[in-house]
Design a protein around this ligand. Structure first.
Ligand SMILES: [Zn+2]
Length: 133
């Protein structure tokens, strides 16, 4: 197995163990960074998802209080949420961070981030460094 695949598997396992973590916030529009990342992730997605972009509102954040993960829908434990698109990129420090756009019943529900290589502190990856997962 390639080293990067090994890192990805570990990061995936940590990510699943971290659920649930929804914390509500006052509804707001996406900021410029979030919007650019969502646009990039949706580039090859179906029009059913791309047309949701303009109406997306942030309604929650991750309860860890440190990562940039945001929610577009209220998340309840047991919700059938699934990964729509995943990309990896580099943050300010040059470390590898995964960005995942999730959907629930056909509606975009979450923009999740996690550190792939375990570096800390970490931040959202820059859209121009995105590569397919
Ligand atoms: Zn978090």
């Amino acid at each position: 197995m390639k080293w990067l695949d090994f890192l990805k598997q570990g990061a995936q396992a940590r990510r699943q163990a971290a659920f649930p973590y929804f914390v509500p916030v006052p509804e707001r529009k996406m900021d410029a960074v979030e919007r650019e990342l969502v646009e990039q992730l949706l580039r090859d997605a179906s029009v059913d998802y791309r047309r949701q972009l303009e109406s997306l509102r942030v309604v929650g954040r991750c309860g860890c209080g440190e990562c940039p993960t945001v929610f577009f829908q209220v998340h309840r434990q047991g919700d059938a949420e699934s990964d729509l698109v995943t990309a990896q990129g580099r943050d300010e420090s040059g470390g590898l961070v995964a960005a995942v756009l999730l959907e629930k019943n056909g509606a975009l529900s979450q923009l999740e981030f996690y550190s792939i290589d375990g570096h800390s502190p970490w931040s959202a990856p820059k859209a121009e460094t995105f590569e397919p997962w």
